[in-house]
Design a protein around this ligand. Structure first.
Ligand SMILES: *[C@@H]1O[C@H](CO)[C@@H](O)[C@H](O)[C@H]1NC(C)=O
Ligand SMILES: *[C@@H]1O[C@H](CO)[C@@H](O)[C@H](O)[C@H]1NC(C)=O
Length: 341
């Protein structure tokens, strides 16, 4: 069921490029190296009143575009533009500085109809770095399909990195890389001591007809959905290191590293990641470049809808969408999103 998702994404590569600045793919690498002790420094920091505005930390204004095309994964949503999302209270900043990205939870729609939602894409793009999402809540519930991911141009050749993703009543976070088929990319399953999660599929090659990518399931029940929210949320981190590979961590609120809280993260001190895609078995630089971040929530669609009858969820996915009360908790509450170099 994910094939259709990727097929359509591949057919509309421009959707992720709206508002993008084009960099030569090596530009950010030259400005973005951690210090010799492995500590990263802030490049872009999205928080509070500045989340949807320009923010000049080092070199570039930072903002997000609201995607308004039809959902590439066939979900029962109508993605709203920025002004509509803000006036409908689907995208706003709370007085405590948290940023909310929500699904409409007040309107009744027809069974199988479409519900208003938001999908945002960073204007900045990146070729490496440490990507952080600190959320106190993430969208939960049967029929929902939330994700935080990054994607390059010309899918699958620019690659896709799914940092947070899951559907319906899934209890643990599923992390996935998608690569093109021109350069090697597999999970190094011979050395699974390098990560704590479980490999679901090890071949990252993705095509229009075979696009599940290479996935690792987090081992922690605080890494997704109700378990995540009940732990006070926490942090998801992607360390994209072109020499070493891709590492992902989840930290429940109580376990967030103090160096990250102090905005001087040193991921080499963070211990074994949940997921690791070694550069020994995946050509990182040729498979992943010019990635923009995406945060979205969709409903049903080819994965959440296609797998609905095998989930433990009641009724049908298309009936779920009609009932506004199913979406009261289908929202991201973000403390911040940051990119360090
Ligand atoms: C945003 O969406 C609303 C609702 O669909 C529409 O009325 C409005 O014209 C749109 N605004 C822009 C700037 O596109
Ligand atoms: C809507 O969903 C809620 C929670 O799932 C349920 O209790 C309620 O009966 C549903 N209402 C209708 C009209 O289906």
């Amino acid at each position: 069921m994910r094939s259709f998702h990727r097929l359509v994404l591949a057919a509309f590569p421009l959707i992720t490029l709206v508002g993008a600045r084009s960099y030569s793919r090596h530009f950010p690498i030259t400005i973005g190296r951690p210090s010799t002790d492995g500590t990263y420094t802030i490049q872009d920091y999205y928080q509070g009143e500045d989340f949807f505005k320009y923010l000049m930390i080092f070199h570039l204004p930072s903002d997000w575009d609201f995607y308004t095309g039809s959902d590439p994964v066939g979900g029962n949503v109508i993605y709203q533009n920025k002004s509509a999302a803000q006036s409908e209270r689907l995208a706003y900043v709370n007085s405590d500085g948290t940023t909310v990205l929500a699904v409409d939870s007040t309107s009744t729609v027809a069974a199988g109809g479409d519900r208003d939602a938001v999908r945002i894409t960073s204007q900045n793009s990146y070729n490496s770095g440490l990507f952080i999402m600190d959320a106190s809540k993430m969208p939960v519930g049967c029929s929902t399909w939330p994700s935080f991911w990054t994607v390059g141009p010309n899918w699958p050749y620019g690659g896709e990195i799914d940092i947070v993703e899951g559907i319906n009543d899934q209890a643990k976070n599923q992390m996935t890389l998608h690569s093109g088929t021109s350069h090697s990319c597999t999970i190094d399953t011979d050395d699974s001591s390098e990560f704590t999660g479980s490999v679901l599929s090890s071949n990252c090659y993705s095509t229009e007809t075979s696009d599940s990518g290479c996935s690792i399931m987090d081992s922690s029940s605080t890494s997704f959905a109700y378990g995540f929210n009940n732990a006070g949320g926490g942090v998801f981190a992607l360390l994209w290191d072109n020499s070493a590979g891709m590492s992902m961590w989840h930290f429940a609120r109580a376990d967030i590293p103090s160096d990250l809280t102090a905005r001087a993260p040193t991921p080499s001190n963070w211990g074994t990641p949940s997921g690791f895609w070694s550069a020994q078995t995946c050509d990182i630089t040729d498979n992943f470049y010019e990635h923009q971040m995406v945060i979205d929530t969709t409903i049903c669609g080819n994965w959440a809808g296609g797998a609905y009858s095998q989930s433990g969820c009641p009724g049908t996915c298309t009936d779920m969408v009609a009932n506004a009360s199913n979406y009261v908790d289908a929202k991201w509450v973000l403390n911040y999103v940051a990119v360090y170099q």
